[in-house]
Design a protein. Structure first.
Lengths: 382, 131
């Protein structure tokens, strides 16, 4: 069965004091339903994660919905791309018809993020890794960056270019948290936190939420906005703790994207706009390679000459990404929101400089944990 | 500020940490198919068998990758310190710290050997130092 995204929205973003994660998820949900031209009465599927231990219960109760289907799959930043896939399956199986995918986090205002992360009991991390004091997740991404630089001769400047391009996109986005110009030099002189990553190689810590409404394409065509079709999806999970990743540079994104491209009957060269979770600058380089947009070791050259920046031939993270737009903990929902807006041409009239002209195919790739979980979603106008 | 966390030492981890306390780095070995695995589990990932033993590693390996932490969250591990993924000669990988050298001298693929340092409460950490 063909399914589509009928509406998208963010909650208030940035510093949003006196709101809970659920407040923000609910605000985004109501806005996304309004975008779609639907109401809470029509929602019968809830997909959410990270609000609390029982996230779906929490959101259903707050919204006053009695869903016939819920999914609280939590896989870090990849969760919401997985939710799209799971919602497509549930809608296809007739288990729900209007799926609300929502997220919110008050991590900035509540100061809930710790450098060392949290240790969940009963995990391999708790038994074999926590005493060695890695920063979680930062040290893992740092070790991927270190190996990447070692194998391919990439430099800190190459990584910094990713942060600079993100800032250039954010400069055009009124909702972005960081909009002032950023130079490679400023990234390189920001303090190293976990080498080789500097402070400005890391995503933001903000509050915020987002929501996506999915339904059958046939039904979506009767609604307020132009539907954006879910053409393909794939997911892979490889590890949980840091040292158990099968390969530091060849990730589960190889399989997740292969499945998504096969389902969509498309190839990487067919993609017009890419939303790739940039928790750290290194994610973009290894992501481009594992998703098949360039070969291993080539991403550092692929991104040169402004290719991923505004005006470049490979528009990436066109709202400013987790590096400069917002990052309320699990960014995956925001990849979907921006891809839908680009495919609908939402910016064409008011902010034409941000609009990727003629964009028909978008790829969203979420990464969770320490490159542990991967989920790819391919969206299109067809 | 907090101290670095103690490992959970129940279940399959108990034998590993008892080994470390006796200055032995133990890895799990499948008597049926000769596969090594880290961390210890109830079955062999290669053949599914259950004839598993904890045997002493050579304690030698190479650094798969590492990071120098400059902003440490624990006051009993002063920054800068090195966190690394070490590939042991048996082919398995584990997380540890690199000690006994300047953090600036650590490189990927560098040869290392195990060394043991007491933490607290009877826990001894298997750490690595340039070989």
């Amino acid at each position: 069965m063909k399914v589509a995204i009928a509406g998208v929205a963010e909650s208030d973003l940035g510093v949003v004091p006196n709101k809970t994660a659920t407040d923000l998820a609910a605000q985004a949900s109501l806005r996304a339903l309004d975008d779609a031209g639907l109401t809470l009465k029509e929602v019968d599927g809830i997909f959410t994660a990270g609000l609390s231990r029982f996230s779906a219960n929490q959101l259903a109760e707050y919204l006053g919905v009695r869903p016939s289907y819920v999914d609280s799959t939590i896989a870090g930043g990849a969760s919401f791309e997985m939710h799209v896939a799971h919602a497509a399956a549930a809608i296809g199986a007739g288990l729900c018809d209007v799926a609300l995918i929502a997220y919110g986090s008050a991590q900035r205002s509540r100061r809930s993020r710790q450098l060392a992360g949290t240790v969940d009991g009963g995990t391999s991390f708790a038994a074999y890794e926590a005493p060695f004091a890695p920063l979680v997740p930062m040290s893992m991404y740092a070790m991927v960056a270190q190996r990447y630089m070692h194998e391919f001769g990439a430099t800190a400047e190459d990584l910094a270019l990713v942060a600079v391009a993100a800032r250039e996109w954010a400069a055009m986005n009124p909702k972005a948290f960081k909009r002032e110009p950023l130079t490679v030099e400023e990234v390189l002189t920001s303090p190293v936190v976990s080498s080789p990553l500097h402070g400005l190689d890391c995503c933001l810590v903000t509050d915020g939420g987002g929501a996506v409404v999915m339904t059958r394409t046939k039904r979506a065509r009767q609604l307020r906005r132009k539907p954006v079709s879910v053409l393909g999806h794939g997911e892979t999970t490889t590890n949980d703790s840091l040292a158990q990743i099968p390969h530091l540079l060849r990730h589960g994104s190889v399989e997740s994207s292969k499945r998504a491209f096969e389902m969509a009957d498309l190839k990487p060269k067919d993609v017009d706009v890419v939303q790739l979770y940039d928790a750290f600058t290194i994610n973009v380089l290894v992501g481009l390679e594992n998703l098949g947009f360039c070969r291993y070791g080539e991403a550092k050259d692929f991104i040169k000459d402004g290719r991923i920046a505004p005006g470049g031939s490979f528009p990436l993270n066109t709202q400013g990404g987790g590096l400069s737009y917002c990052h309320p903990g699990m960014f995956g929902i925001f990849l979907l929101i921006e891809a839908v807006r680009q495919l609908r041409g939402d910016y064409a009239r008011e902010e034409p400089q941000r609009q990727i002209k003629g964009a028909k195919i978008a790829l969203c790739h979420g990464t969770g944990g320490v490159f542990s979980s991967h989920a790819t979603v391919i969206l299109g106008t067809r | 500020m907090a101290q670095r966390p103690l490992p959970e030492t129940d279940a399959d981890a108990r034998v590993f940490w008892e080994g470390a306390a006796a200055h032995k780095l133990l890895v799990q070995y499948c008597a049926d198919c000769k596969h090594f695995q880290f961390y210890p589990r109830s079955f062999c990932l290669a053949c599914g068998g259950a004839h598993l033993e904890m045997i002493e590693s050579t304690g030698r390996g190479t650094i798969y990758s590492f990071t120098v932490v400059h902003r440490g969250p624990y006051d009993d591990v002063p920054a800068p310190y090195v966190v690394a993924i070490v590939t042991l000669d048996e082919g398995v990988r584990m997380l540890s710290n690199i000690v006994g050298c300047d953090p600036g001298d650590v490189r990927c693929d560098m040869n290392v050997r195990v060394t043991f340092e007491p933490l607290r409460d009877g826990i001894v950490l298997p750490l690595f130092t340039p070989a």
